[in-house]
Design a protein around this ligand. Structure first.
Ligand code: GLP
Length: 255
């Protein structure tokens, strides 16, 4: 990144933005590299601080850069691709991608299911469930915040196990002989609240993907209801689609 001409009718911020974007695309700046700060850009290109800021802000919004409070601005890491329609665990997904899975248990306790969780798990609202809140890590980096709910009677003693270095799905299979075979899952966009932002190390208001999943065993018994907040800048969900046969009759097959 070098000279930006002032006589050109392209806005200055846009020229700086283009230079940085091209440097990233060309691989001159690599994922995780620190990019020049606002102050450095201001000096290097003889522009105002506002101009430098606008270039960085837009590149961040477009997913090229990541700002880390108190540390600086870095070239964004590539997104993790995750199948949307496959009942896999976090551990399995990270291993498949060659990353080291991890978890920080933020809390684990037994609570009454309550109305909503009870309805989703198909149990009375007074029935106890294990509520497990984990920050999921890949190669030590925060990826997702997950809150799982599992009916306590299915998993006696789970609250007293150390769940920081193990896969929950593996524990369910090996210790409790519960095999999850199917699940319903939904995906929607949300903005990070102050607390979530701090835990996930994103800025407040950053886009997150909220995944909700109810997973069941062979008998159809709901075993886990989970709400997961995935970092929008680290995840891309993918699915293979098959075109359904249109039945018609109500106008659906009309061109
Ligand atoms: C995914 C799912 C969660 C599930 C977790 C289990 O992240 N969204 O519903 O709890 O996998 O992962 P692990 O077996 O690594 O603990």
């Amino acid at each position: 990144v070098s000279f930006v001409g002032k006589g050109v009718p392209v806005p200055l911020y846009y020229q700086i933005k283009t230079r940085l974007r091209e440097a990233i695309e060309a691989g001159e700046l690599r994922p995780g590299d620190r990019v020049p700060s606002e102050r450095e850009l201001t000096q290097r290109f003889q522009v105002s601080r506002m101009t430098a800021r606008q270039a960085l802000t837009e590149l961040e919004a477009e997913g090229y850069l990541q700002r880390i409070q108190g540390k600086g601005t870095f070239v964004a890491l590539p997104k993790v691709e995750q199948p949307l329609a496959s009942l896999t665990s976090f551990t399995e997904e990270m291993r498949r991608l060659g990353m080291q899975p991890g978890a920080q248990v933020r809390s684990v306790r037994e609570v009454a299911a309550g109305r909503m969780v009870g309805a989703l798990l198909g149990i009375p609202e007074t029935e106890p469930v294990v509520r497990l809140e984990r920050l999921r890590l890949a190669d030590g980096q925060p990826m997702a915040l997950e809150v799982s709910h599992i009916p306590s009677r299915l998993v006696p003693g789970l609250v007293n196990r150390d769940l920081s270095a193990v896969s929950l799905y593996e524990v369910l299979e090996r210790v409790y002989h519960i095999r999850l075979v199917r699940a319903s899952q939904s995906l929607e966009a949300v903005a990070a609240g102050a607390q979530e932002a701090e835990v996930l190390q994103v800025r407040e208001g950053a886009p997150l993907l909220l995944l909700e999943r109810v997973a069941r065993d062979e008998t159809g018994q709901a075993v886990e209801y989970v709400r997961s907040l995935y970092r929008g800048d680290r995840y891309r969900f993918v699915a293979d689609l098959v075109r359904p046969r249109l039945t018609g009759g109500d106008g659906t097959s009309q061109p």
